[in-house]
Design a protein around this ligand. Structure first.
Ligand code: AMP
Ligand code: ZN
Length: 113
């Protein structure tokens, strides 16, 4: 999508600190990290959010989570990390290109706020 921030990051039009990339997914450091590790994993295909995802996107959603697990393993934070999708403005979704937050490297409280 032409004016989507995360599509522009994928195309390299907006700078980011890239962590991982493969054919289907792209991952980069969150600008406002909520922990020692805070990485965003996004599908290269523009999907607005989880509620807009379709059955044909199921594999892509899985791939984003597997990329998160791969990054967590690389960073040795497997003693505890969280993957989060904020869905809709009331849950804090502020960028409308689906993204998985990978947060770890510190103790995490439950339930989240
Ligand atoms: P959400 O609030 O779930 O939509 O998450 C959006 C996330 O994107 C927030 O954690 C922001 O800190 C992060 N963010 C916004 N703009 C950028 C950017 N240009 N580069 C990296 N992360 C960003
Ligand atoms: Zn997009």
């Amino acid at each position: 999508m032409a004016d989507c921030l995360f599509c522009r990051i994928i195309r390299g039009e907006v700078p980011s600190r890239k962590v991982y990339e493969d054919e289907n997914t792209f991952a980069f450091e969150d600008l406002n990290p909520q922990g020692p590790t805070h990485v965003l994993i996004i599908p290269k295909k523009h999907i607005t959010g989880l509620k807009e995802a379709r059955a044909e996107d199921a594999e892509l959603l899985g791939r984003c989570h597997l990329a998160a697990a791969h990054i967590a393993r690389e960073r040795s934070i497997e003693d505890g990390y969280r993957t989060v999708l904020n869905v809709g403005p009331r849950a804090g979704q502020s960028v409308f290109h689906l993204h998985v937050h990978l947060i770890g490297g510190r103790s995490l409280q439950w339930p989240p706020g």
